[in-house]
Design a protein around this ligand. Structure first.
Ligand SMILES: [Zn+2]
Ligand SMILES: [Zn+2]
Length: 512
């Protein structure tokens, strides 16, 4: 055996609350002949057990989340009693991550905390790397690790990071970090696969695997998605695309290569990227506008994720960055995050934001995302997640991105939608997307919409014009309304007790 575990570098330090939202650059030399790197990382304490302080910071986050409804004592108490929030009242976690860069400046992946305890040791090697890291040669030269301190909620948090090298002939012993496939446990929801509609694919736009903080291997995620009747899944692991290689080996469903850019101020999903995009380089943050411009030039769709999710310390950094957000760069906006039962407040706010952006002349496409991490985001009683339904010419990432880009998209918990504008020159269907229909002054047209599939009794079918309800009929009926003048039209279905069941994107009418 060679010099397995020869120490190359060690960094120990202490962080405090003032270090929250800061980056630390650590550099080290890797000598020639190195087969793989092994990084051991540890920090303590993990949790803040200061009940009083936890409560105060969670109450602040919940107040901000509720917005106008924060003054309503019932709404406030209901939120604090929510299972996932109540857990945080007892224990808030320090949130630290690190990324590693090779001498060519390539990001080789990101370390994430995993609840299964397999988190301390990471391997980066040519053929076998821990989840979150990309396989490839371990080039000699100057490597760097950037420590991201997202949140330090304890007075002090000590960390230790140690890098060891292994020689090439030691490599076979260096694959223990690749997780062993686990058998599926529990039922992954008995949602019957809805009959596929010609040219429309249903999928999930926001899913994590073990390559970041999700509970599933990519193959498990694929199996669960297929069982839930999904045609596609976007793999949006936090700040890494290392899961894409595994996704490429899955036959079903279609995977969209993606990444969730998890910054200190906002989360953004990038769709159609197989390379890991970073939001900081050499310990310096990069402006989000610059990142958006760069990736969009490569054909990537740039999306704002869960804009009104509860922020720090619950979901650290994940809220819409209020000040000067790069709204004109959003190709997509996640307007339906998670399920309505738990997150109705933020879904309503996100739909309002979406309408405001359209009022400003911007045209982001609305999508849904359950932010799939584990069984808590599986379909189940009292948990209805919307699918993003996309018009795609074929079952491929390319066709899906193309449909998403043009807005040929609706979000649905079940029913199929047929939405079109009938004009003299012929009908314009939603599968054409938001490309406007030019209507001559005095010209006549009508919007027509119909639903197919199971719809709960008492549900309402609405036509929304420029953000306002223009027509409402029982969901069993066909919607028909004359179009007078320019405007944007979308269809919505709401249950009798006020839960959205379907939201479409827009059909546009402009004056010729
Ligand atoms: Zn997020
Ligand atoms: Zn996410």
């Amino acid at each position: 055996m060679g010099d397995l575990g020869m120490k190359l570098f060690c960094s120990r330090g202490e962080l405090g609350p003032a270090d929250s939202k800061s980056l630390r650059l650590l550099e080290f030399e890797v000598p020639p002949g190195t087969g793989a790197l092994r990084v051991d990382f540890d920090f303590a304490p993990i949790f803040s057990e200061d009940a009083e302080q936890n409560r105060a910071s969670m109450e602040r986050a919940v107040r901000e989340y509720l917005g106008e409804r924060a003054g309503c004592p019932e709404a406030f108490a209901e939120m604090l009693a929510r299972e996932d929030i109540a857990r945080y009242l007892a224990r808030i976690r320090n949130l630290l991550n690190w990324l590693v860069y090779d001498p060519a400046g390539r990001c080789r992946g990101r370390w994430d905390f995993r609840a299964d305890g397999s988190w301390q040791t990471s391997t980066i090697g040519p053929q076998a790397s821990s989840p979150g890291f990309t396989d490839g040669p371990v080039l000699p030269g100057r490597w760097s690790i950037v420590l991201e301190a997202h949140l330090i909620c304890t007075p002090r948090c000590r960390y230790a990071l140690e890098v060891q090298r292994c020689e090439s002939d030691d490599l076979p012993e260096l694959a223990p970090n690749r997780p062993r496939p686990r058998r599926l446990t529990g039922s992954s929801a008995a949602s019957p696969r809805p009959e596929a509609r010609q040219g429309w694919l249903r999928g999930e736009m926001h899913a994590h695997s073990m390559h970041s903080d999700g509970a599933y291997l990519v193959s498990e995620l694929a199996a669960r998605a297929a069982a839930a009747g999904l045609d596609f899944v976007a793999l949006t692991d936090h700040n890494t695309t290392s899961g894409c290689a595994e996704a490429a080996r899955c036959e079903e469903p279609v995977f969209i290569r993606a990444e969730e850019l998890t910054t200190f101020c906002g989360h953004f999903c990038l769709y159609g990227t197989g390379r890991t995009v970073e939001w900081h380089r050499a310990g310096e943050r990069i402006r989000i506008e610059r990142i958006a411009d760069e990736v969009r030039a490569e054909g990537v769709l740039f999306s704002l994720a869960h804009p009104f999710q509860i922020g720090d310390p619950f979901c650290t950094g994940c809220r819409w960055p209020g000040q000067d957000p790069p709204a004109d760069r959003f190709d997509l906006v996640e307007i339906w995050s998670g399920c309505w039962q738990a997150r109705g407040v933020e879904i309503r706010r996100a739909i309002d934001l979406w309408d405001r952006l359209w009022d400003r002349g911007l045209r982001p496409v609305g999508v849904a995302g359950r932010d799939w991490h584990d069984e808590r985001q599986a379909d189940g009683p009292g948990r209805r997640f919307a699918r993003t339904v996309v018009a795609a010419k074929e079952r491929s990432e390319r066709a899906l991105l193309e449909g998403l880009r043009r807005g040929a998209v609706y979000l649905s918990t079940g029913p199929h939608l047929d939405l079109r504008i009938l004009a003299e020159a012929g009908p314009v269907d939603l599968d054409r997307g938001a490309e406007p229909l030019r209507l001559p002054a005095g010209g006549e047209a009508a919007v027509e919409a119909a639903l197919e599939g199971e719809i709960p009794e008492g549900a309402l079918f609405r036509l929304v014009r420029d953000g306002h309800v223009a027509r409402e009929v029982p969901a069993s009926a066909t919607l028909h309304m004359p179009v007078r003048g320019p405007g944007r039209y979308r269809a919505e279905v709401w249950s009798a007790d006020g839960e959205p069941l379907l939201l479409s994107n827009h059909l546009l009418v402009e004056e010729a």
